[in-house]
Write a protein of this length. Structure first.
Length: 284
């Protein structure tokens, strides 16, 4: 006999299977099921050819088509949203290309290069540490690259306000009430300028606007609590605690270390006073 679907006969070297409804023989790849489905199927279950499979009713077919239509509509909506996002990004890139090709931007980046200011790739292309200090020290030179008068005045005011706040807070002395009032006024003005940059309110900006004035009202200084002094204090305390490692009680060891640190600082302060008095006497 021949396969119902092809011209090959029973004499070819192919495994045959019989439809359990019409009892005709077919090649396995001509059945309605794949080889994987046949291998996973219960041996007692029926193997039917495509001619003997039950046909779906019109209502069942309609529901299937409705589901398929909804799926296609969802895919189409996803593609449209993706297309709109790509168009927006395309417009942004074209605008950025126009901006970076302008003479003002070229002058700005050449000025940064001349001042040895580099954007750090490992920090998201931002400025950190000493590079920020260079920007604040030379902000007037950088603002000269801006042609628009209003924009230039805005950034001059912005950087001058920020520089004043940072310089005052970095001074290692006790601030007077008038100085704290002035710093608070500048912080409030910085809070007015910051939203005009259309930037998100970061933690550091929030500290400058809201928390620095409140902290200065309470402690009268920020310069004595800077990060550099804290690291230096940590190093000095470790140098003092290292010879005291034989003391097992940690609290007693720390108390003794702090006492020695206090004596050392008091001695350093006295030596500094004597040096200053000797310098003044020599000048006089």
């Amino acid at each position: 006999w021949n396969c119902k679907h092809c011209i090959l006969t029973k004499f070819d070297k192919v495994r045959w299977q019989q439809c359990q409804q019409c009892f005709k023989y077919f090649h396995p790849f001509r059945l309605s099921e794949t080889k994987k489905e046949i291998s996973q199927k219960d041996p007692l279950s029926a193997v039917l050819c495509s001619f003997c499979l039950p046909r779906d009713e019109p209502e069942v077919l309609r529901k299937k088509h409705i589901l398929e239509l909804a799926d296609l509509q969802m895919q189409l909506h996803t593609f449209k949203v993706r297309h709109e996002k790509l168009q927006m990004r395309l417009g942004q890139l074209s605008n950025e290309i126009d901006v970076y090709s302008s003479e003002a931007v070229k002058k700005f980046y050449s000025t940064l290069q001349r001042l040895n200011v580099d954007f750090q790739p490992y920090h998201g292309g931002t400025l950190i540490g000493n590079h920020c200090d260079k920007i604040l020290e030379n902000y007037e030179i950088l603002c000269d690259c801006i042609h628009d008068v209003d924009t230039k005045e805005f950034f001059l005011s912005y950087f001058s306000t920020l520089k004043f706040i940072l310089k005052k807070c970095q001074e290692k002395r006790w601030l007077e009430e008038k100085e704290i009032d002035e710093i608070e006024t500048k912080c409030e003005y910085f809070g007015v300028l910051w939203p005009q940059l259309k930037a998100t309110v970061t933690v550091k900006a929030d500290d400058v606007i809201f928390h620095i004035p409140r902290f200065l009202r309470k402690f009268k200084t920020l310069g004595f609590l800077c990060e550099e002094d804290t690291e230096l204090l940590h190093k000095e305390l470790n140098d003092i605690l290292r010879p005291l490692g034989s003391i097992r009680n940690k609290s007693e060891r720390l108390k003794l270390g702090l006492k020695r640190l206090s004596l050392k600082r008091h001695l350093d302060y006295k030596q500094e006073i004597t040096k200053n008095t000797s310098k003044k006497s020599k000048k006089s």
